[in-house]
Design a protein. Structure first.
Length: 264
């Protein structure tokens, strides 16, 4: 009964809304009277995505967001708002994708950035499940709704039923990461029940990463630009105007490095 959530990345928002208004005018709120150009202007605010909600489709309710491909790429690379980038750090079903090499590279970059940020906030040794919990929680870290009433176990509810999909999404990145050491003998097995007749036996590895100042500095330098800027503004007193690299080196040597990244 949950509402199904679609996101359409489109190269030309004005043309897309113009065609969609001709076919599906009822999907839009009163904003439809302003026409496709004004809807596209409204779309450009905030996270850069425009939503039509409570749309009946094939016997169920859906909502769909429309975002320009350029805005999507910008968020994936730089975490300008982390709104759509945060969703794409979790398992999603990509229904169709054109041959856009820049977008493909940005999708991979977003996953690598999620792993890097999670590494900085985790201890030296942790389980795969801990990693996926940290990644899934990134986009909620600054969300006031998680403080004033949203389900506190929301992140766990996302990760627990979807661990095999998280593994599929991140396994290649983890295997190619030079800072990761797998502690196979410390791994564990866990049975996840999907229904009364079927369960999947999952194998979790324990992971160890380099938490030296040098290792953390390398990770901090690989973070998306917006997060680096947020960390810089937290640490650098007004008027100092120090170099970003100098500030991140200071953070890398801070015992509370992970907390600073989380606050950023």
């Amino acid at each position: 009964n949950n509402m199904l959530d679609f996101v359409f990345a489109v190269d030309d928002s004005v043309t897309w809304h113009m065609m969609n208004l001709l076919k599906n005018k009822s999907h839009y709120s009163f904003l439809k009277v302003f026409g496709p150009k004004q809807i596209s202007n409204i779309q450009s605010y905030g996270a850069g995505i425009y939503y039509n909600t409570l749309v009946p489709c094939s016997g169920r309710m859906i909502k769909y967001g429309v975002i320009s491909t350029d805005t999507l790429i910008d968020d994936l690379l730089h975490w300008k708002t982390l709104y759509v980038a945060g969703r794409l750090q979790k398992p999603v079903k990509i229904l169709t994708q054109n041959e856009n090499g820049k977008l493909q590279a940005a999708l991979v970059s977003n996953l690598k950035s999620a792993v890097t940020a999670a590494f900085l906030m985790l201890p030296e040794s942790f389980s795969e499940e801990d990693l996926y919990m940290q990644i899934a929680g990134l986009s909620y870290s600054g969300d006031f709704r998680m403080i004033i009433g949203e389900d506190r176990s929301k992140v766990q509810n996302i990760v627990k039923p979807n661990v095999p999909y998280f593994q599929k999404l991140y396994s290649n990145i983890l295997q190619d990461c030079p800072q990761v050491v797998y502690k196979h003998h410390l791994g564990r097995l866990e049975a996840t029940y999907f229904n009364a007749d079927f369960f999947l036996l999952l194998s979790f590895n324990n992971i160890q990463i380099d938490k030296s100042p040098e290792g953390q500095f390398t990770q901090l330098m690989a973070l998306p630009r917006t997060l680096q800027q947020k960390i810089t503004s937290l640490v650098d007193p007004p008027g100092k105007n120090r170099d970003v690299e100098e500030i991140l080196l200071q953070v890398a040597n801070d015992p509370d490095c992970g907390l600073v990244v989380h606050q950023g």
